[in-house]
Design a protein around this ligand. Structure first.
Ligand code: E4P
Length: 217
């Protein structure tokens, strides 16, 4: 499973990239707003840090406007992935951009039928929003399972990018259900390493090691 980080915070991205665990980045207009940075400037910095795909989202809602914005975003770097909303215009733009050789991420997916359309439009990634479905008492993880089945039935190459991940359990469930990628907020990504028995075990080993009076180097 690939790990993307869901943020436009450059220092977090740089820090996590140094772990070697990062395969890409997703941003959206809300995350750009939260960063307080200029979209072009911050996206350029992110693309220089991470080798994998960096999703940058269009804000136009019509086909022509989306293509114009995509042309500007695509010039930022080779690893830009154009993020498009799951609307008819977004799908049309997806088909167009994919045929032109761009990576695409169709976002705001809340149903299996929407995911089917995105695959038919040739999307590189489909982003089903787990947490936002959970928020309205619909089991978000069921959507991942449905999309996995549909994509496997027809051998669609579109990768399932589990988005709106809120908890470590979401990451585990998405992996169990066969999502290709999870885009994870920095704090949640860092929390995956935590286990109280790891901390306790390490403490005990270090205490015993001290008692031996030995050193490895
Ligand atoms: C992913 O591409 C989305 O930008 C993000 O995961 C949305 O998460 P949220 O529902 O926590 O805002």
């Amino acid at each position: 499973m690939k790990f993307f980080v869901d943020t436009a915070d450059v220092s977090e991205i740089s820090d996590l990239n140094d772990t070697g665990l990062l395969d890409g980045v997703t941003t959206n207009p809300s995350l750009i707003m939260k960063s307080g940075r200029d979209i072009m400037e911050v996206t350029r910095e992110i693309c220089a840090i991470v080798d994998g795909p960096v999703s940058a989202e269009v804000t136009a809602i019509d086909f022509d406007g989306m293509l114009k914005e995509a042309a500007v975003l695509a010039k930022i770097a080779d690893n830009i992935c154009i993020k498009l909303p799951l609307t008819m215009d977004g799908l049309k733009a997806c088909k167009h951009l994919t045929s032109d050789g761009h990576k695409t991420n169709v976002t705001l997916c809340f149903s299996a039928n929407q995911a089917l359309l995105a695959a038919k439009a040739g999307a590189t990634f489909i982003s089903p929003f787990i947490g936002r479905l959970d928020d309205i008492n619909i089991e978000g993880m069921d959507l991942i399972a449905e999309i996995r089945t549909i994509y496997d039935n027809y051998d669609f190459k579109t990768e399932i990018l589990a988005a709106s991940i809120r908890t470590a359990n979401h990451v585990k469930q998405a992996a169990l259900y066969g999502a290709d990628v999870a885009t994870i907020p920095p704090a949640t990504l860092r929390s995956l390493v935590k286990h109280p028995l790891t901390d306790k075990g390490l403490e005990a080993f270090l205490a015993d090691w001290q008692k031996t009076g030995q050193k490895i180097v």
